[in-house]
Design a protein around this ligand. Sequence first.
Ligand SMILES: [Zn+2]
Length: 167
Amino acid sequence: MERRVKRGGRGHDDRPWPSERAIRSVDPMGNNVAACPSCGAKNRVPTSATGSPRCAKCQSSLPWLVEAGDADFGDAVDTNRLVLVDLWAPWCGPCRMVAPVLEKLSNEFTTTLKVVKVNVDESPHTAQRYQARSIPMLLFMRDGELVDTIVGAQPEHVLRARIEQFS
Ligand SMILES: [Zn+2]
């Protein structure tokens, strides 16, 4: 069932993507809300959709960073973009170091990258499928296929080089 969070001062019929398949409610970390890099407007971004997220106000490309779990992981990685999956958990210190780097990179690669964050505590099937015994574990995926894996917190320039390599 779909649950929507009403946001202050905005109507509920201004969804930027008519083609969206699902919008998750905003999680406590606010990951499914993106601030437009051009005009600063807050936009909801769906976990999965055809096409690319654009600002409802100015039509600029939005960073695409979402939370997904076992139920919607397949839909979340079903995109023609490069997908960077962040397998993380709240208790994991290095994961907290990686999170802002991924946010920055998703702001930088607004048209080519999608970041999908998966809390392994809440998504045991996805964690098991990718053998996430040590986190943070980053998966690079193209067309649903795993193309590379990075275990452990890596510096920004390493991740950026990998994104450029696979974009
Ligand atoms: Zn905008």
